[in-house]
Design a protein around this ligand. Structure first.
Ligand code: ADP
Ligand code: AMP
Length: 206
């Protein structure tokens, strides 16, 4: 399967992608996770990307396109989580794929539900597991229940960066809904539902 997960920040893309990866073995390529790892390791890419991420802006296309092209070169099946995020990236993706996408899953949800999800989100910087302080707390408290690393709050899960990310989503990413609808690839699911229900919808559209 060659899938793209499209949706606003906090819609639940990463949560569902990781579950599909665990159950089906399709590799998740999550550009946000890759960029955060680059920042943590202080690589040249991380140094260039950091300020954009902190502000809730998109990282420039050439940087992101390159990491995606490198990853996809060796993968038959994948779930792209967080890429493409604008029209230029969508066109880039089309040009690097040797086989077409199977589907683009649109996680539809209103912004009202998202602030609560993002402000309570905690992530594992080591294995990228995703938690929520209320709805999905780690069984190991403030440590990751999978790898034991201390959980962190993302620096862009703060009110100002959250507002900017919503704006960027509306202006730059949301037009991709029409782009993929026109190409017959779009499958919409209701992301404003409990995780198991969203997962069941996902399996049924796939
Ligand atoms: P995205 O990858 O789209 O930004 P995440 O998967 O990181 O979203 O989820 C954002 C936050 O919302 C996390 O704290 C996660 O635990 C929580 N979450 C994910 N899916 C749901 C859901 N269906 N209902 C409630 N909370 C959810
Ligand atoms: P995410 O983990 O998907 O919420 O992404 C976190 C941040 O990483 C975004 O707000 C952007 O700053 C950056 N980022 C992730 N994916 C992309 C992308 N495809 N294009 C540009 N920037 C991205």
């Amino acid at each position: 399967m060659r899938l793209v997960f499209l949706g606003a920040p906090g819609a639940g893309k990463g949560t569902q992608a990781k579950r599909l990866e665990a159950e089906k073995g399709w590799t998740v390529v999550a550009t946000g996770d890759l960029l955060r790892a680059a920042i943590a390791q202080n690589t040249p890419l991380g140094q260039q990307a950091h300020a954009y991420i902190q502000r809730g802006e998109l990282v420039p296309d050439p940087l992101v396109n390159q990491i995606v092209a490198e990853r996809l070169a060796t993968l038959e099946s994948f779930i792209l989580d967080g890429y493409p995020r604008n029209l230029a990236q969508a066109e880039m993706l089309e040009s690097i794929l040797t086989k077409p996408l199977d589907a683009v899953i649109y996680f539809e949800i209103g912004e009202e539900s998202l602030v609560e999800r993002l402000s309570g989100r905690r992530i594992c910087p080591q294995c990228n597991a995703v938690y929520h302080i209320k709805t999905n707390p780690s069984k190991a408290g403030d440590k990751c229940e999978q790898c034991g690393a201390p959980l962190i709050r993302r620096e862009d899960d703060q009110p100002e960066a959250i507002r900017r990310r919503f704006q960027v989503f509306r202006e730059q990413t949301e037009p991709l809904v029409e782009y993929y609808r026109e190409r017959g690839l779009l499958r919409t699911i209701n992301a404003d539902a409990p995780p198991d229900e969203v997962y069941a919808q996902l399996l049924s559209v796939l």
